[in-house]
Design a binder for this molecule. Structure first.
Ligand SMILES: Cc1cc2nc3c(=O)[nH]c(=O)nc-3n(C[C@H](O)[C@H](O)[C@H](O)COP(=O)(O)O)c2cc1C
Length: 363
């Protein structure tokens, strides 16, 4: 069985090891959602990852409602991503852009007061992060079927923009209770047209988005993230095994480069779930590389590879505080703990000031 330090080919991308960096929103772009120079240093410090999956990146104004998160719909954003990608490549890394539409999680403050879109007219629980602090979510409007071609065009533009910025590919964010997940799961999709009801209908938006992106940039540069297990942001499903087994099969038929799953267990610290892991069902249904995430350290990740349950592991919080994570895992060195207070804070603290194990700055 492979070691976490062994290389792996994912579609068109050669990853030098199987310690991937999970997507991590950090809120260091501008208010106009343009990447900033500090992000060059942050990502370059982490270029020893087999693959960096960027923080979630808005495909459109309509899809982005997170303060200071980056987008990839405008020429200005593409130009600002270029030095980041170039520096990661120069440091020997590989990097894909996570494409994000937040659906009903976008607060109207980000939409000049308009309603966000979702599968159905529903309201997310809890409160949105806005520039004016936390505010209750607003009711979404159900995305009319006539607007789906426009949504697919937004994904098409974002994927092409990612390639224009130099990215090795993209990951479609279909997890964590955002737009595509709102369509997938029956706790938030109450439609009675061909995008709702049966499993076949609920996976339709996911497969149409994936086909659109694959047609634009190649299936071998297209990845997908799913989170089958446990409620998140009010999104849950009554039969995740059947739903995500079918989704994995459909994605396998498109021939995507990799599938990543965030799947917390009962002891998860970033979400919990008591449902048995869906990963074995997905692994059986999906032909390409499967990447697993949530609550892994080096030994736990290696055990999953040894058991043949996954082909690579995506690490989130461990990469925040350990820019040289692959080397630390290879050496069995202790991992530094991240600090939640700097997850989304602006500026360099808790962002580019974590040292490597030798005490030096990474990269
Ligand atoms: C600060 C922070 C930001 C995150 N941002 C994203 C994101 O942009 N996209 C995404 O799919 N998941 C995001 N996640 C979830 C992580 O990718 C990952 O699934 C989670 O941290 C569990 O993995 P870990 O135990 O290795 O940290 C975020 C998590 C944290 C802690």
């Amino acid at each position: 069985m492979p070691s976490l330090s062994d290389p792996i080919r994912i579609g068109a991308i050669e990853a030098k090891n199987r310690v991937f960096m999970a997507p991590l929103t950090r809120g260091r772009a501008t208010r106009a959602h343009v990447p900033t120079p500090i992000m060059v240093e942050y990502y370059t410090q982490r270029a020893s990852a087999g693959l960096i999956i960027t923080e979630a990146t808005g495909i459109s104004q309509e899809g982005l409602g997170w303060p200071y998160a980056p987008g990839i719909w405008s020429d200005e954003q593409v130009a600002a991503w270029k030095p980041i990608v170039k520096a990661v490549h120069a440091a020997g890394g590989r990097i894909v852009c996570q494409l994000w539409h937040m659906g009903r999680i976008v607060h109207p403050d980000f939409l000049d007061g308009a309603k966000p879109v979702s599968a159905s007219a529903t309201t997310a629980p809890d409160a949105a992060h806005t520039y004016a602090g936390k505010k209750p979510y607003a009711e979404a409007r159900a995305l009319p079927i006539e607007e789906i071609p426009r949504l697919l065009a937004d994904y098409d533009r974002a994927a092409r923009n990612a390639i224009a910025a130099g990215f090795d590919g993209v990951q479609i964010h279909a997890a964590n209770g955002y737009l595509i997940d709102q369509f997938l799961r029956d706790g938030s999709n109450f439609r009675d047209d061909r995008y709702g009801g049966s499993i076949e209908n609920r996976i339709r938006l996911l497969t149409e988005v994936t086909r659109t992106v694959a047609d634009a940039i190649g299936a071998d540069r297209t990845g997908v993230r799913l989170s089958p297990n446990g409620a998140i942001q009010g999104v849950d499903d009554s039969d995740p095994d059947a739903l995500f087994g079918a989704a994995a099969k459909a994605l396998s038929e498109i021939g995507i480069a990799f599938l990543e799953m965030r799947e917390p267990g009962p002891e998860g610290t970033f979400g919990t779930s008591n449902h048995a892991p869906v990963a074995p069902i997905v692994k059986a249904a999906f032909d390409g590389p499967l990447v697993l995430n949530s609550d892994y350290d080096g030994p736990k990740g290696q055990a999953v590879l040894d058991a043949g349950k996954a082909d690579a592991i995506a690490y989130g919080r461990p990469f925040l505080a350990n820019p040289d994570l692959p080397a630390r895992i290879a050496e069995g060195a202790p991992l530094k703990k991240d600090e939640q207070k700097t997850w989304y804070s602006q500026g360099p603290e808790g962002y580019i000031d974590y040292p490597t194990r030798s005490g030096a700055k990474a990269a």
